[in-house]
Design a protein around this ligand. Structure first.
Ligand code: ADE
Length: 269
């Protein structure tokens, strides 16, 4: 996969030289270039922003440096290649999820446009649609100072799904969000630590029991911390023990969907 990032703070992306993503780049699994938006300005001050039409606080990123930068990045591809995906991090974007990461990991080329200030002139996104598949993307319902931190998160989430990047692909299967649930709790040695014991089932050697305990812990954790995820969970084909686990958590299964019982106690709904 090839990734280009355009930013006014190229140094912000330095962590992408470290750890698994840095190794993936060294191994040629991921080709990543960072471009300075100011290199595509033409004035002496290398200006990238201006005041917003219609008034209001803050500054807006000017369209022309963005068009120059993105055109240069887009031009640098073989004639018959598919349009690259242009990801524009923004709190006003669609939500970036594990499913999005999987989808984007299947692309040949991704380009990230890091906005700062109040954002990028909207006409850039309209113009860019001629060269890219444009996808404004939000990490979550909070506001960052710019797209760079979001790019670090998205490139890591996508990059680790590329074949060969994570040494043991098994570890991508049993992790939070891979099956619409949160991950089960994990423990390591010593089995007794500061008067706290590892759950006995994990020491039992009974793999069937361990798998069931872990699944039920996923249900318990998800019900407690992210009950919203259970609304999408397909409960149609659950074994009896799992149905009982959900009943104990205060959920009925109606037409394959989990429904929180009105009389269920606790504060997990
Ligand atoms: N830029 C600013 N806030 C953001 C967010 N929540 N997600 C992605 N990019 C952003």
């Amino acid at each position: 996969m090839r990734v280009d990032v355009v930013s006014i703070f190229p140094e912000y992306l330095a962590p992408l030289e470290l750890s698994l993503i840095g190794k993936a780049r060294q191994d040629g699994l991921l080709e990543l270039s960072v471009h300075d938006l100011r290199d595509f300005t033409t004035d002496r001050h290398r200006t990238v922003d201006d005041t917003p039409y219609g008034g209001g606080a803050g500054m807006v990123m000017k369209p022309e440096p963005w068009a120059q930068a993105l055109a240069a990045v887009a031009a640098d591809r073989p004639g018959d290649a598919a349009k690259p995906v242009l990801i524009v991090p923004s709190p006003a974007g669609e939500r970036f999820t594990q499913a999005t990461a999987h989808e984007l990991a299947g692309e040949e080329r991704l380009v990230f446009a890091c906005g700062r200030y109040e954002g990028i002139d909207e006409r850039v996104m309209e113009w860019a649609a001629g060269h890219f598949t444009v996808r404004p993307m939000s990490l979550g319902d909070y506001v960052l100072n710019g797209g760079e931190v979001a790019v670090l998160a998205m490139v890591e989430a996508i990059g680790r799904l590329l074949p060969g990047v994570v040494g043991n692909p098994e570890s991508l299967v049993e992790e939070s969000h891979s099956d619409g649930l949160l991950e089960y709790p994990v423990y390591t040695k010593p089995s007794s630590w500061r008067d706290r014991e590892v759950p006995a089932v994990l020491l039992s050697g009974n793999h069937g029991k361990i798998a069931q305990w872990r699944r039920h812990e996923q249900y318990r954790r998800t019900a407690e911390r992210r009950p919203d995820l259970l609304e999408q969970f397909d409960a149609a084909k659950l074994p009896r023990a799992d149905r009982t686990a959900f009943a104990d958590l205060g959920y009925d299964i109606v037409d394959g969907h989990l429904m929180r019982r009105a009389d269920a106690g606790g504060d997990s709904a």
